[in-house]
Design a protein around this ligand. Structure first.
Ligand code: HEM
Length: 117
């Protein structure tokens, strides 16, 4: 079971790479007002949701203690990220504020994950 959990954590990290990487590729365009939500960001956000829920389930089957407040905060931030990316996925240009919010909330979730025990 531990190997499975570690493999899913690996997929969780692949999701972060797609979501944050997708955002970082748009930073230059953000300054010019031509940035967009990229497909990698949408797929990364969906990967985070699926693997995150799977991780909670896998830990529960082992009887591990889960920090439900931390997971709830991460889930709430991801819902905002996913909502913004999904709604604006077909727009040729998005406001810098929307893209910046996605980047900031993704970074916030990374630090919540690693700093909140
Ligand atoms: C943008 C959104 C997210 C980011 C950036 C993120 C980031 C991370 C990172 C860096 C880790 C590894 C460090 C650690 O073990 O604490 C992690 C683990 C974990 N994440 Fe996320 N996460 C996100 C969303 C979610 C969501 C929505 C859920 C649940 C619904 C979730 C559930 C978990 C769980 C249960 C672990 C622990 C894995 C383990 O230690 O076995 N994550 N997350």
């Amino acid at each position: 079971m531990d190997v499975l959990i570690h493999a899913v954590v690996g997929l969780h990290i692949v999701g972060i790479a797609a979501l944050l990487g997708g955002f970082l590729t748009q930073m230059k365009a953000m300054g010019q007002g031509t940035a967009r939500m990229t497909p990698a960001m949408l797929h990364g956000a969906l990967t985070m949701l699926v693997t995150g829920v799977a991780l909670v389930g896998l830990h529960q089957t082992q009887g591990d203690t889960i920090n439900t407040i931390k997971i709830g905060v991460k889930l709430a931030l991801l819902v905002v990220i996913l909502g913004l990316v999904y709604v604006k996925r077909d727009e040729e240009k998005v406001e810098s504020a929307a893209l910046g919010t996605v980047g900031a909330l993704t970074a916030a979730n990374i630090f919540i994950a690693v700093l909140w025990v």
